[in-house]
Every structure is written in structure tokens, then in C-alpha cells.
Ligand binder design. Structure first.
Ligand code: ADP
Ligand code: MG
Length: 336
């Protein structure tokens, strides 16, 4: 069953097509991400689902119910924003209980559910603190607890980790994924960070100019990008333009090869003609040390530049550096 179904959804702001004729199905219990550059329409899609925006056209269904014409409070969704709006003068517990108070849930049940939500986000024992006594990561967890306490069917998260520093963000990514598995709620997670989307998601929709360029699992998105836009936005790519000499795919075009799928060898080590391996000679122009990996940038004789990634096992960086300005051959498997 689907938690969310969207059909022909558009939102225009004057002549800007923020969302352009979108069809989308998100499954129950799925961790679904919307990934795309700034301005690609991600937030607008979330706001349409939450009911904060009225669509120009199209329908939105939550579970079995068409909610297109319903007010936000009459939709079984909650939203967590980047600038988590928690009340500074209230304790953590009061913040988490707030939504339940508004709904007139009795005090005892309120307490219990707030405790549960705080435990879920690993904040047991923090109920009496004030927001200013918490770290940024903890405040973000309060915002999450506040959304979870309502037990919505769907949680919408708009760049919720964007304000955190990189290390904390990485930790929260793993934790958020664990929490989602525990509670089993459908998460719709918006981010412009491709690594974040790959880490957390069951499926990812890549947005570009109000449309979905590709919707796939993280592995499929990375291994089989459907367009040059996706290839360029998700991971690092070598984009190689050329002519198709013999039609294999039936189409002329460009191809993409990931840096870690390319190997670099000396001119004499090049494999002899093997139909499964592509071979191209060139010169190493640049060697960039990146800690866990090293990138060698090779200018092919054919004119294109190709980046080759090596893992820094032992001291392979020394071998890479020795190849700077040397003639080399790059190879990759045809199926890659
Ligand atoms: P994202 O979240 O992917 O960065 P948005 O959904 O915020 O993208 O914006 C998509 C497009 O719609 C952008 O061009 C943005 O400027 C425009 N837009 C969003 N909200 C409004 C608004 N309230 N009024 C006018 N234009 C808007
Ligand atoms: Mg946005």
C-alpha cells in the first residue's frame, strides 16, 4: 500500500513552475528522499503534501484518502523543518507535549507519550531542560520528538540536519534511519546532499526544475544514472563525449564512468586487446591526495580528462605521485 500518491501535481508561482506535473507514489514505511539542487522544487512538494500550499493542479492522496482540499491540521502528517521551531521558554517536555495539549489529550497520557517520544530520540532524562541548555543536535531531536509524539502516518523532513556540523550530521543520519526503522513511520526526507540521501534512503527521487529526473534505490541511482544531470549530481563522474562507432545501445551519445571504476597502469602493462576492457592512453596531469583516496587526473590523448580514484591502501599515494607527468594507460570494464 502507498502512504502517499500524487497525480499530475503542479504548483506555479507566476511564471515559475516550482512543481511541474508530478506523479509520485511513496510506500508505507518507506524512507523516501527527495534530492536536488536549491530551487528544484523539493520544499514546495513537501508543503503541498502538508497542505501549506494549494496546488495549481493535481491531486494528493494520503493512504486511501484524497486530502487535496483539506487544511493542514486535517492531514495525518507532521513536518520537521531545518530551523526547528521549538519554544525557547518551554522545557523540553512541554515542547514535546505541546501538540497533544492542543488536541486536549489528558495529562497522564500526554506525559507517557512525551516520555516515549523522548526515549525514541535518545533524550530520556532531558525533559526538564530548557532548549538553551541543549546542543544543536539535541534541539533537533526535540523537534523530531515533537513530531513523533503525534504518531503521524507520515513524517515530512525538510533538510532537518542542514544546520548541524558535518560530524554531528553524519551521526544523526545513522540515528534518524534507526529511529525510522523502529517507529515504522513513512519518512519523506528532503536534502540537497547526495551523500546524505545515499546513506539513509530506501529510494531517492532526484529533482531538477520541478520534475523528477530519476527515481531509484541508492545503488541503482549511483550505478545506473538515467541522465547526465543525475550522474553529475550523485557522486563524482567522468563524462565522456564521443561518437558511437558500433551501435551497442542503438543510440549515439555520451557515457559516464565513475572514478573508482577506472584503473591506471603503465604503458607497458596495458592489457592486450580484450573485448571486455576499454583502453585509453594519456598523461597524468594532477595527483590529489584526499586522505582515504587519491585522485589522479589523466588527460587522454583523445582530449578528454578522466579522474581515477585509488584507495590509499598502504602507501599507494607514493606510487600515484611517481606517475605525475608520466604517460599512462587508463582502463575500465565495458560493463561499468
Ligand atoms: P528547493 O526546496 O528545492 O530549494 P523550492 O521548492 O523552495 O526549491 O523552490 C522551487 C522554486 O519555486 C524556486 O524557483 C523558488 O524561487 C520558487 N518559489 C518557492 N516558493 C515560492 C513563493 N512562495 N513565491 C514565489 N516563488 C516561490
Ligand atoms: Mg528547500
Amino acid at each position: 500500500p502507498n502512504a502517499i500518491s500524487v497525480r499530475g501535481l503542479s504548483k506555479h508561482f507566476d511564471d515559475v513552475r516550482a512543481v511541474d506535473d508530478l506523479d509520485l507514489d511513496i510506500a508505507d514505511g518507506e524512507f523516501f528522499s527527495m534530492l536536488g539542487p536549491s530551487g528544484s522544487g523539493k520544499t514546495t512538494v513537501l508543503r503541498l503534501i502538508a497542505g501549506f500550499e494549494k496546488p495549481t493542479s493535481g491531486r494528493i492522496q494520503l493512504g486511501q484518502e484524497d486530502v487535496t482540499d483539506r487544511a493542514p491540521y486535517a492531514r495525518d502528517v507532521n513536518t520537521v523543518f531545518q530551523d526547528y521551531a521549538i519554544f525557547p521558554h518551554m522545557s523540553v517536555r512541554q515542547n514535546v507535549e505541546y501538540g497533544l495539549r492542543v488536541k486536549k489529550v489528558p495529562r497522564g497520557e500526554r506525559r507517557e507519550r512525551a516520555e516515549q517520544a523522548l526515549a525514541t530520540v535518545r533524550l530520556d532524562g532531558y525533559g526538564e531542560r530548557k532548549p538553551h541548555q541543549l546542543s544543536g543536535g539535541q534541539r533537533q531531536r526535540v523537534a523530531l520528538a515533537r513530531a513523533l509524539v503525534n504518531r503521524p502516518k507520515v513524517l515530512l523532513l525538510d533538510e532537518p540536519l542542514g544546520a548541524l556540523d558535518l560530524k554531528l550530521r553524519r551521526e544523526m543520519q545513522i540515528e534518524l534511519k534507526e529511529i525510522q526503522r523502529e517507529v515504522g513511520i513513512t519518512f519523506v526526507f528532503v536534502t540537497h546532499d547526495q551523500e546524505e540521501a545515499l546513506t539513509m534512503s530506501d529510494r531517492i527521487a532526484v529533482f531538477n526544475e520541478g520534475r523528477i529526473e530519476q527515481l531509484a534505490s541508492p545503488v541503482e541511482l549511483y550505478e545506473k544514472p538515467a541522465s547526465t544531470f543525475v550522474a553529475g549530481f550523485v557522486g563524482t563522474s567522468n563524462l565522456i563525449e564521443g561518437e558511437v562507432a558500433r551501435a551497442i545501445l542503438g543510440e549515439a551519445g555520451r557515457f559516464v564512468i565513475r572514478p573508482e571504476k577506472v584503473q591506471l597502469v603503465g604503458p607497458s602493462e596495458a592489457p592486450s586487446a580484450d573485448a571486455r576492457v576499454c583502453v585509453a592512453p594519456g598523461v597524468v596531469r594532477e595527483v590529489v591526495y584526499l586522505g582515504s583516496t587519491t585522485h589522479s587526473v589523466v588527460e587522454l590523448d583523445a582530449g578528454t580528462t578522466v579522474t581515477v580514484a585509488h584507495h590509499n591502501f598502504d602507501r599507494s599515494i607514493d606510487a600515484a605521485l611517481e606517475r605525475r607527468d608520466q604517460r599512462v594507460v587508463v582502463t575500465w570494464r565495458r560493463d561499468h
